[in-house]
Design a protein around this ligand. Structure first.
Ligand code: 3PG
Ligand code: CO
Length: 553
């Protein structure tokens, strides 16, 4: 039985309202024309920076500091919010899958043994994001999975790909398809009937999140499961190249397509008796498909046909819902998160974002757990996102509305912690539209101001940080840091996150005099923020939490 009782902080009082603001995709980088945060007018964040080093500092938000396999791994929202919420660094999905594949244990586990029972008479379908982005999935893991499954009896394999262009450069889909086609050709040479069966761009097909738009998942279902799509091709390479040229979609938004045989018949619908593995390790954008594949009772769209299959996720995506029931690798066991501790110590909590990031400050924050810890102590508010648009068309997103909800929660006197995620710099940064991203950064800064103003009114405290970088660098660079040009002499737009550190700023009238950032945690990362927050609420963090960033002098 875990005790959630926290010790009192020897110097810091309880009962102050603390706002925790997470700017999504807001890193620190050299000020140049590709740094949208620098180009944008961000007076609030600029003035916080003036507080360095005592009230403003940088923390690490990528690589090992957030449980990713290597220092070359950029940060992302899942691992960033996990670290912020849990206060400890857990080996994350990317790494756990690497380990399980390297040892071969993935193939001995219950999940693989379960799907293997379909190999004799059924087809093995692999569905997921095909890139080396390392945020949701990695192509090298798919290659090892293909190899391992075929060596263990899979005789008919169908791959359903989602093209990326968001965690990797736009246009890189072609290379990834070539790579995987080579592997599939090898398998065919060894007598395995293996090919790509369908595809589409991740933002238009399958990978929606937090139930923003079920139509996205349905488009994927139709292609993957029913074998129906508006575009039909003989090969995936042809599909991707053609659709990029006409209707001129980018990788993120390729329309759904199916691969057909000479008679025009889809080569890989999912049928009774088949096995399906969704090979993304990250949860948010696989949960909706997992529900469609797993739940008997399902009403979010008309599945038309619900095949009797054996389904496993690369990981279990939701520990609370036990979704999916079968999985190849156990997810990180992120327990005893700061949110759970704080509610058990009387901290009434409010969390808010708009749909596309709502689960970040709730589900990811709470260790990939959906729902409340103590319903009467918590309120989570979701502001519906605009759907069916790319966010460069609407770069203000719901920043103002989030700011207002947070302000109202702060002024209501009903909450001790008010936590928000402001998505603009990330969501617009991912579109690669530099001008719109500048607008997005300005909007995010204004939302921060609204919240800080409310904190000033109630004598509270604020802590402003970010989960990883994005908008501060919008160009692909060489090792020397110079922008890379493509063969036409154009700069290569960076739609992805970055390896940059992110700011943490503290302040507000409720911050006790003498509170400042310590200088002896130079390598501090996002996981150190949780203990810091506990201090601001008047508590000392549990011993095994990463150390606090602040001291009282
Ligand atoms: C996405 O899912 O939108 C990107 O792959 C990662 O963005 P996020 O980690 O900021 O959500
Ligand atoms: Co992002």
């Amino acid at each position: 039985e875990v005790s959630f009782k926290l010790a009192d902080h020897p110097k810091l009082p309880k009962g102050k309202v603390v706002a925790q603001i997470v700017l999504d995709g807001w890193g620190e980088a050299n000020p140049d024309q590709f740094n949208c945060i620098h180009v944008a007018q961000t007076p609030t964040m600029d003035s916080l920076k003036q507080g360095a080093p005592e009230k403003w500092r940088l923390v690490r938000a990528h690589g090992k500091a957030v449980g990713l396999p290597t220092e070359d791994d950029m940060g992302n929202s899942e691992v960033g919010h996990n670290a912020l919420g849990a206060g400890r660094i857990f080996a994350q999905g990317a790494k756990l899958v690497d380990i399980a594949l390297a040892s071969g244990k993935i193939f001995d586990g219950e999940g693989f043994q379960y799907i293997k029972e379909s190999f004799k008479d059924g087809t093995l379908h692999l569905i997921g994001l095909l890139s080396d982005g390392g945020v949701h999935s990695r192509i090298d893991q798919v290659q090892l999975l293909l190899k391992g499954a075929s060596e263990r009896g899979a005789k008919r394999i169908r791959l359903h790909i989602l093209t990326d262009g968001r965690d990797v450069l736009d246009g890189s889909s072609v290379g990834f398809v070539e790579t995987i086609e080579n592997d599939l050709a090898q398998l065919r040479a060894n007598g395995v009937d293996a090919q790509i069966a369908s595809g589409g761009g991740r933002m238009y097909v399958t990978m929606d999140r937090y139930e923003n738009d079920w139509g996205v998942v349905k488009r994927g279902w139709d292609a993957q499961v029913l074998g129906e799509a508006p575009y039909k091709f003989k090969s995936a390479l042809e599909a991707v190249k053609t659709l990029r040229a006409e209707p001129k979609a980018n990788d993120q938004y390729l329309p759904p397509f199916v691969i057909v045989d000479d008679s025009g018949k889809a080569v890989g619908p999912v049928l009774d008796g088949d096995a399906v593995v969704t090979f993304n390790f990250r949860a948010d954008r696989m949960t909706m498909l997992a529900k469609a594949l797993e739940y008997d009772d399902f009403k979010d769209f008309d599945r038309v046909r619900f095949p009797k299959i054996r389904y496993a996720g690369m990981l279990q995506y939701d520990g609370e819902l036990k979704l999916p029931n079968k999985y190849l690798v156990s997810p990180p066991e992120i327990d005893r998160t700061s949110g759970e501790y704080l509610v058990h110590n009387g901290v009434r909590t409010f969390a808010c974002s708009e749909t596309v990031k709502f689960g970040h400050v709730t589900f990811f924050w709470n260790g990939n757990r959906s729902g409340y810890f103590k319903e009467d102590m918590e309120e989570y508010v979701e502001i519906p996102s605009d759907s069916g648009i790319t966010f460069n068309a609407q770069p203000l997103m719901k920043a103002l509305e989030i700011g207002e909800k947070a302000r109202d929660a702060i002024l209501s006197g009903k909450f001790d912690q008010v936590r928000v995620n402001i998505p603009n710099s990330d969501m617009v940064g991912h579109t690669g539209d530099i001008e719109a991203t500048v607008v997005a950064c300005k909007a995010a800064d204004q939302a921060v101001k609204m919240i800080i103003d409310a904190i000033e009114q109630v004598g509270g405290i604020y802590l402003v940080t970010a989960d990883h970088g994005n908008a501060e660098d919008m160009v692909k660079r060489n090792k020397k840091g110079e922008p890379l040009l493509d063969k036409n002499g154009n700069i290569q737009i960076l739609t992805s996150h970055t390896l940059q550190p992110v700011p943490v700023a503290i302040g507000g009238p409720g911050l006790a005099p003498g509170v400042r950032f310590r200088s002896d945690v130079p390598e501090g990362g996002l996981a150190n923020v949780a203990a810091t927050m506990m201090n601001l609420h008047g508590f000392v963090a549990p011993d095994d939490y990463e150390t606090t960033l602040i001291e009282v002098v």
